[in-house]
Design a protein around this ligand. Structure first.
Ligand code: BG6
Length: 514
């Protein structure tokens, strides 16, 4: 299905997110023939560019996207991979679209900027047949979201143009920096756009493997009966990165791992993994179930933070044989910074399904390996009829949802080691996306941008989800900001500080390190 004709307006068009993610994703969609016809892109930013300079950026970003001849998993429902059309040649390709793109230079607090945008949009509707439909994408720094929305409102751009049926606002995370600021941000967005027209992006929801959590749980009969406190001993969610803060030191200083990853990506993955089955896969049902689950999560209160939360920062270390600097030595980072680059937490979910099952989450930069996974660790067999020594290599049964890289699912269980004795050890059965379906999964942004254009909000984050996620973390945020929880340190290239290991060992558990 193709979206209706529209103009895509990109605020922050000269920024990093635009060139790294948005333009390549749009270019791929063009080459897959998935963009609406007609489709026009309008960039808005403070950088003084001409239309032609912006068009050149668009071409360059597309050239940096996935190689042309690579086959891929298509975004439609057919399994057959399509030939990538390349960045030139096909009439629907990006290259053919670029000459129509426009650029507006200006400050976001200036009515001149929005006045010019208004007139560009009107002209485009007349010349290109974009029919008054608009998708506004905010790829600016978050502190400008409210200002841009207000500017759109003052110029009635929050409503479709003549003949159009929609004007949507797509907002990038972070949605605020805590509960109060997220409420304030929402209030300012809601003054201009109604909730149904706001699409909040958490790019993890665009990942195939995150969506596959729903397929695994609700398209199969064998997992759901054991997906509860009677069989599951503990749940672990790991979002580990081997990269550091790269060139984003000054942004990260004000964010830290809790805001950057836990509040959004970790909470979304947890919600899909632990929620109740929705009656249908529609935007209301799915998001209702996610919110219900988030409401059942009990975060450590202030008195429990010390016991259940680990906050840490990386020191110098070695990753893949290369020496890397400490966080405090990164560009844009204060030499005595106490910003956390690692968080581990024990949470509990107070509902019938999960009561008593510890949920461990951890995320960190400069860890040993890039990996995002959910590990469902099952209870031990009630009785092992083998002599103790024979099962010394038997670990708890586990179902590992490998979200990235090496996307797939692993089932770990005990098997008899061939030989005279009845030795049993853990073995692993793997399902690999790559082997099964071939190609590469669509980039998260391709899926999400297309959904925003189609008007499908299922994978976007509703305001109540955002607020609930902030509410869960509120006491933890307080303990971080007043330094009442000590900051641990870990060497880059390891799995985090010793205290993260101790957090689980106190309950006889261990992290599932890939
Ligand atoms: C972003 C964070 O939301 O997610 C980054 O701001 C992080 O700090 C990134 O590196 C991780 O995304 P992915 O898709 O590489 O796991």
């Amino acid at each position: 299905m193709k979206p209706d004709p529209l103009t895509f307006v990109l605020f922050g068009a000269s920024g990093d997110l635009t060139s790294r993610k948005i333009l390549p994703a749009l270019a791929r969609l063009a080459d897959l023939g998935a963009l609406p016809e007609p489709f026009v892109l309008v960039g808005v930013a403070r950088t003084k560019w001409s239309d032609d300079e912006f068009r050149q950026q668009c071409r360059e970003a597309a050239a940096a996207a996935v190689p042309e001849q690579q086959q891929e998993t298509s975004l439609d429902d057919s399994e057959a991979p399509r030939e990538a059309a390349g960045t030139s040649g096909s009439s629907g390709s990006w290259e053919a679209l670029v000459p129509r793109f426009r650029y507006v230079t200006g400050d976001y607090d200036s009515d001149d900027t929005f006045g010019e945008l208004e007139s560009v949009l009107r002209d485009l509707d007349d010349e290109s047949g974009t029919s008054g439909n608009r998708v506004f994408y905010l790829a600016t720094i978050p502190s400008l979201f409210g200002e841009v929305a207000a500017g759109l409102g003052r110029h009635s751009l929050n409503k479709p143009g003549t003949g159009g049926s929609f004007a949507r606002l797509v907002v990038e995370k972070p949605f605020g920096t805590d509960l109060d600021s997220s409420k304030a941000l929402d209030a300012s967005l809601h003054e201009v756009f109604d909730e149904r027209s706001i699409y909040r992006i958490d790019h993890y929801m665009g990942k195939e493997t995150v969506q596959n959590v729903l397929a695994l749980r609700f398209a199969n009969a064998i997992f759901e009966p054991i997906w509860n406190r009677r069989y599951v001993d503990q749940v672990q969610v790991t979002v580990a990165e081997s990269i550091g803060v790269e060139h984003r030191g000054s942004f990260y200083e004000g964010a830290g791992a809790l805001r950057d990853i836990v509040q959004n990506h970790v909470m979304q993955v947890l919600a899909l993994t632990l929620m109740e089955p929705p009656s249908t896969v529609d935007p209301i049902a799915i998001r209702d179930e996610k919110v219900k689950l988030l409401r059942s999560i009990v975060a450590p209160d202030r008195s429990a933070v010390e016991r259940d939360v680990v906050r840490a920062q990386y020191d110098r270390g070695t990753i893949d044989g290369v020496a890397v600097p400490a966080y405090r030595e990164e560009e844009g980072v204060a030499p005595r910074s106490t910003t956390e680059t690692f968080v581990a937490m024990r949470l509990s979910v107070e509902n019938w399904r999960w009561a008593g099952v510890p949920v461990y989450v951890r995320t960190g930069k400069r860890l040993a390996k890039r990996t995002t996974e959910v590990a469902m660790l099952f209870q031990r067999a009630p009785h092992l009829p083998f002599q103790g020594q024979l099962t010394s290599e038997l670990r708890p049964d586990a179902l590992i949802l490998r979200i990235q890289p090496d996307e797939g699912i692993s089932l770990c269980f005990g098997a008899k080691v061939p030989g005279q004795s009845f030795r049993v050890r853990t073995v692993r059965m793997d399902f690999s996306y790559q082997e099964e379906f071939g190609g590469r999964p669509a980039e998260a942004y391709e899926r999400l941008l297309l959904d925003a254009m189609l008007g499908d909000p299922t994978l976007f984050i509703r305001t109540d989800e955002v607020e609930q996620a902030w509410a869960i973390l509120h006491p933890v945020q307080q303990a971080f900001s007043d330094d009442s929880l000590a900051l641990a340190h870990y060497a880059a290239g390891t799995w985090g500080p010793a205290s993260a290991t101790v957090l689980l060992e106190s309950s006889g558990h261990h992290w599932n390190n890939p």
